[in-house]
Design a protein around this ligand. Structure first.
Ligand SMILES: Nc1nc2c(ncn2[C@@H]2O[C@H](COP(=O)(O)OP(=O)(O)OP(=O)(O)O)[C@@H](O)[C@H]2O)c(=O)[nH]1
Ligand SMILES: [Mg+2]
Ligand SMILES: [Zn+2]
Length: 352
C-alpha cells in the first residue's frame, strides 16, 4: 500500500511539492490521543510527535493535526517513529463548537469526502439534530449522506414515513441500513469507492462502529450494548481512521451528546439551501424574515411550502452562529489586550 491509497491525490501532492528537498514524507493522521498521534505513510500506523515549531506556530488548536489530516513527517528510529513538521492544507473539514466554550472550536476530522450522518430508526430519530450536522458538513465543504440504521428493528410500514421525514429535513440522500438483515448494507456499499474518505457521525449507540466492523470484515473495534431507552454507553472513545475492504477510508467517531455548530452565514445558507433560495425573493436584501414586508420566507411558511419546524430550527441555529461570532470578536479583543500587555511587559523588562 502507498500514501495514494490513503487518499493523497493530486490536490494534496500539489501542496506538498517542496517536501522531498527537506527530507520530509507525506503521511496521514489515523488517530489522535491526548496530543500523541498515529500516522501512516501507507504501511502500518506508527507513533508521531509534533515538532516544537508546530506547537509554537499554532495559534489555535484548530491548526494542530487532527484525524484525517495529511502531514509532512520526518522519520527516525529506522522509520518506526515520526515527527510531524507541518500540517498540509485541508481540502475539507468537520468542526464544531467546543463544549463549554462559547467561542472555541474543535476540529473533528479533516479531508472528508463524505460525512455519513447516522441516526437509528428505533430511538435516535431527530430531524432537528440532523439539520445541525448538515450545517456543520456544509460549513466545512463536506458532502453528506444520511444513514438510517437498525432498520431490522422497524415494524412493517414504519420505515417509509421515517425515511420520508428525514429526507424532508436533510435535502440529502437517506439510506436505510441494517447490520443484521440480509442485504442490509446494499445501500451504502456503492458509495465506498477506493481512496475516498468517509466520517461516521451521530449519537452514541446508533451503530457506527458496528457498521464500520461490517465494512472492515472483522470485529476490529469494540461495540457496546444500548440501554432499554436505546441510549448508547459511549463505547468508542477516540476518532480513528480505518481502511475498508473496498479501499475506501472511514473515520469512526465517539457518539456526540450535543453538537454546537461553529458555522457562519454561508454554512447556514448551504445547510438550509431552501431557506436561502426563498430569501433571495424577499423585498429587502437584508431581510431577517421576522415580519418585514414582502418576506418570501414568511410567505412560504404561510402557504406551507416551508416546514415550520425546519424554519424554527433555522432561526435557532442562526442565533447560535451570531452569538458565536460576537463572542469570537470579544475573544480577539481580549487576545489583543493580552498581546499589548505582553509587549509592554517585555519592554519594561528590557529597561526601555
Ligand atoms: N438490531 C440491530 N442492532 C444493531 C445494528 N447496528 C448496531 N446494533 C447494535 O447497537 C448497539 C450499539 O452499537 P455501536 O456500534 O457500539 O454504536 P456506536 O454508534 O458505535 O456507539 P458509540 O461508540 O457509543 O458512539 C450494539 O449493541 C449493536 O449490536 C443493527 O443494524 N441492527
Ligand atoms: Mg462506536
Ligand atoms: Zn424574508
Amino acid at each position: 500500500m502507498n500514501i495514494r491509497e490513503l487518499g493523497f491525490d493530486g490536490w494534496f501532492a500539489a501542496r506538498a511539492e517542496d517536501m522531498d528537498q527537506e527530507g520530509l514524507a507525506p503521511a496521514r493522521v489515523s488517530a489522535v490521543d491526548r496530543g500523541a498521534c498515529l500516522v501512516s505513510l501507507g504501511g502500518p500506523d506508527i507513533p508521531a510527535e509534533l515538532s516544537g515549531r508546530l506547537w509554537f506556530q499554532a495559534d489555535s488548536p484548530d491548526h494542530l493535526p487532527c484525524v484525517g489530516d495529511f502531514v509532512a513527517v520526518r522519520l527516525y528510529n529506522a522509520g518506526q517513529s515520526a515527527i510531524i513538521e507541518r500540517v498540509l492544507p485541508r481540502r475539507t473539514f468537520l468542526r464544531r463548537r467546543a463544549a463549554g466554550d462559547s467561542s472555541g472550536t474543535q476540529m473533528i476530522a479533516a479531508n472528508i469526502d463524505m460525512a455519513l450522518l447516522v441516526q437509528s430508526c428505533r430511538y435516535d430519530f431527530n430531524p432537528a439534530r440532523l439539520e445541525r450536522y448538515l450545517v456543520m458538513a456544509a460549513e466545512g465543504g463536506v458532502e453528506a449522506a444520511v444513514l438510517l440504521t437498525k432498520t431490522d428493528l422497524a415494524r412493517p410500514g414504519e420505515l417509509a414515513p421515517l425515511v420520508e421525514a428525514l429526507q424532508g429535513a436533510a435535502h440529502a440522500p437517506v439510506i436505510p441500513v441494517s447490520c443484521v438483515a440480509e442485504g442490509g448494507l446494499d445501500g451504502v456499499l456503492p458509495l465506498l469507492r477506493p481512496g475516498r474518505t468517509f466520517c461516521l457521525l451521530g449519537s452514541s449507540g446508533v451503530g457506527k462502529t458496528t457498521l464500520l466492523n461490517r465494512l472492515l470484515g472483522r470485529e476490529a473495534f469494540a461495540t457496546g450494548a444500548v440501554s432499554a431507552t436505546g441510549e448508547g454507553t459511549h463505547t468508542t472513545t477516540r476518532r480513528q481512521l480505518a481502511r475498508l475492504v473496498s479501499g475506501a477510508l472511514c473515520i469512526d467517531t465517539p457518539g456526540m451528546r450535543e453538537l454546537g455548530v461553529a458555522a457562519g452565514q454561508d454554512g447556514l445558507d448551504a445547510g438550509f439551501a431552501d431557506v436561502a433560495e426563498l430569501a433571495a425573493g424577499c423585498r429587502y436584501a437584508d431581510c431577517r424574515h421576522e415580519g418585514e414586508p414582502g418576506c418570501a420566507v414568511r410567505a412560504a411558511l404561510d402557504s406551507g411550502a416551508l416546514c415550520g419546524r425546519r424554519f424554527a430550527n433555522y432561526l435557532k441555529l442562526r442565533r447560535e452562529t451570531e452569538h458565536m461570532a460576537l463572542s469570537g470578536l470579544e475573544k480577539r479583543r481580549k487576545d489583543k489586550a493580552f498581546g499589548k500587555m505582553a509587549k509592554a511587559y517585555k519592554k519594561q523588562a528590557r529597561g526601555a
